[in-house]
Design a protein around this ligand. Sequence first.
Ligand SMILES: [Cu+2]
Length: 343
Amino acid sequence: MADQGLSRRELLKKAGLGGAVLLGGSVLGSTARGAAAGGESSEYSHGDEHASRTLVGDEVLDAVYGHSGVPVGLESDALDAATYPPEPDGKPAGAVREVEIAVEERLIEVADGVQFQAWTYNGTVPGPTIRATEGDTIKIHFENRTGHSHNLHFHGAHRPEHDGWEPIPAGGETTYVIEAGPAGVHPYHCHTAPLAEHVSRGLYGTMIVDPVGGRPPAKEVSLLLSGFSNDEIGRNGVVAWNGVSGFFHAHPIKVERGEPVRVYVTNMLEYEPVGSFHLHAETFDCYPAGMGDQPAFREDTIALAMGQRAMIEFTLPHYGRYMFHPHQHWLADRGAMGWFAAV
Ligand SMILES: [Cu+2]
């Protein structure tokens, strides 16, 4: 076991070192020049030499930058359920929604060769994205299929007796009934002591609450930042968007040029006082906690304390890759680097 742990640490170190070497080797630059030389310059060029040097044609989806660490063989659609929220289903306001949530222990691969003994909601980290309209009633049938106490606590506004802080013992079950609201984006997570362990082991997810009448059409994406800690990898030795290190580095999130994009960003990174989201080459409108009719401000970087979240909206006008990552670069280096690819 000790040998195995050492090899995993070594593997992680090697991956990090590999990234540094690639960075120094200007892989992006050489890829860009190769694509430009291949023609199609009218499509990719925007009339200035800097742009033609940094845009990469069809290589846009597989060029290499920095530390990746994504598990080998993981398909490009493996995180679709976490990344693309369920679409609003058009039920009339005031609907009653039934949700089944079970806590299960799972061994999950959070980075290439790094297995993590996770506590999960419905088998995945993060748990399922729940979507409702403001004022709906959500009935969560909760089952604890583990040997420890757990529970399910939602952010947002609801009756305190359904706040979910009371531990549900091993093998136990309960039903939480909450009113969806306010309109916004709200995390849910386990609230059993010791809290830091229960959350950092993987018990969290996102709830999206639409205003009555919905939001304007947009390409919608959900990104949840979290970390993984154990004796082998250390505290937050792996950091990820939607549960897998380097995933959106290996598989950029594709959007159409000029299409409105709405991203629900949630920070569930335990043991760090603050996380953040930074978008390269464009700015975005920010709705803190997804609340309000109008954006609170425009930015390219937002800070998010643990449990904080935001809804951001932007369009990407140019063909090419737009990097995103926490602006704490040690977090980006541990797997939270990603791209939007405007195609
Ligand atoms: Cu728990």
